[in-house]
Design a protein around this ligand. Structure first.
Ligand code: C5P
Length: 399
């Protein structure tokens, strides 16, 4: 985690003193923390002690002209690799769950495109109250991760869940989120499909789509960095392949399927290619000529094999099969149906009605049998990194 940076939001709670310790523990590991102190937080720790430990100014005011000219609140929320809220109060959780932003901390939380980790700390009855349960549920579905709270004696004299996790537990959670430990997927084989397929009509014409391959290439790169032996099976694209993967270039859907089957058995399959659903039933051997009577030729289409569904039902089925669902409407409902229909374990769903195809950013939902996470818009590299973190976690839990 050396060299990474964290935006630490310190909320108002007696546990705020532990956040000072957290900053020290992070610094020992080469992680730089920049801090936002809420108004309530400043009642428990002073800006001076936070600033002395971070070696930076403390950000506190949404409407500070100096802060905005030095580093605007949007930039502040995005410059870090991860946002950590410790202590996460009922107020901060409720605001983020409801989409409220009336101070620097809540605004930065809404504006960030980075993963968020919360270390809640509050009275046990508050933690168990229906509204905080509701906020926690919404935040978890939105992809916010939690560390703690722990059970124990509380400053208010009660006993139960509500104590903030200890600084070293928070450091461990940060470590898990920040990097897929080098080697987390050592010994596993991954297959990734990416890009479009081209379905020939004749030697010079084909049916294809606008897929750039960027998302799939980023996923292959992230899998390989996590240690997986990664084979990238790619349709025709304009981008350079990552250097750490084995590249198999294909053109048509049938070639892509054959290349995938040739690589089985594998542990992980991430099918991000925009495979053409249909192909012309006949690919002419020579260029189709214009008719002298200007009669346009009729093209009959036939269905291509479904690579994802085939691998998901294969006798050598990879242990984790991840599909993509690019939709222009009813994104979630369609993706949930697709997961079941195709037999995938997870579906990464995205709305492609904007300029996602070819663009550098993406906003996705991760759908599994048990849950739905709605990730904020982020770069395709960050989507890849976060997906691979989830994959690594899945394999660590299983082994
Ligand atoms: O049905 P749809 O094309 O929307 O499904 C998308 C998912 O299915 C993607 O993961 C894509 O890679 C995969 N797919 C496939 N073979 C096809 C069509 C789609 O593997 N012929």
């Amino acid at each position: 985690m050396r060299g990474k940076s964290i935006l630490l939001v310190i909320g108002g709670g007696i546990a705020a003193y532990k956040s000072l310790e957290l900053i020290r523990r992070l610094a020992e590991r080469g992680v730089k923390a920049r801090a936002i102190l809420t108004g309530a937080g400043a009642h428990f720790v002073t800006p001076l002690s936070v600033s002395a430990l971070t070696g930076d100014k403390v950000y506190a005011d949404l409407f500070s002209l100096t802060d905005e000219s030095e580093m605007g609140h949007i930039e502040l929320s995005r410059a870090a690799d991860l946002v950590v809220v410790a202590p996460a109060t009922a107020d901060l959780m409720g605001k983020l769950a409801a989409g409220l932003a009336n101070d620097l901390a809540s605004t930065a939380l809404l504006a960030t495109d980075k993963p968020i980790l919360m270390a809640p700390a509050m009275n046990v009855r508050m933690w168990q109250s229906p509204s905080v349960r509701r906020s926690a549920g919404i935040l978890a579905r939105d992809g916010v991760q939690f560390v703690g709270p722990n059970d124990g004696d509380m400053a208010c004299g009660e006993f139960g869940p509500g104590r903030m996790a200890e600084p070293l537990e928070i450091v461990a959670a940060i470590e898990k989120m920040l990097e897929v430990r080098g080697g987390a997927l050592d010994g596993f084989k991954a297959l990734v499909t990416a890009g479009p397929t081209q379905e020939p009509l004749d030697p010079v014409r084909f049916l294809a789509n606008r897929s750039s391959g960027k998302q799939g290439y980023a996923i292959a790169d992230a899998l390989a960095r996590a240690g997986a032996d990664t084979v990238l099976i790619s349709g025709p694209v304009e981008i350079a392949p990552p250097s750490n993967v084995t590249l198999r270039k294909v053109v048509t859907a049938r070639e892509m399927l054959a290349a995938c089957e040739a690589e089985l058995p594998a542990d992980i399959a991430v099918m991000s290619a925009a495979v053409a659903d249909w192909r012309p039933d006949i690919a002419a051997n020579s260029k189709i000529k214009k008719d002298t009577e200007h009669k346009a030729p009729a093209i009959r289409l036939i269905e291509n094999p479904d690579i994802l569904a085939t691998l998901a039902r294969h006798k050598n089925r990879p242990r984790l099969v991840v599909g993509f669902a690019a939709e222009t409407d009813d994104v979630l409902a369609n993706a949930v149906g697709k997961r079941a229909r195709k037999g995938a374990d997870w579906i990464v769903a995205n709305d492609v009605s904007g300029n996602v195809m070819g663009g550098d950013r993406n906003q996705v939902h991760l759908i599994t049998a048990a849950s739905q996470e709605h990730w904020p818009e982020m770069s395709k590299t960050d989507v890849a990194h976060r997906l691979v973190q989830q994959i690594a976690r899945q394999f660590q839990e299983r082994s």
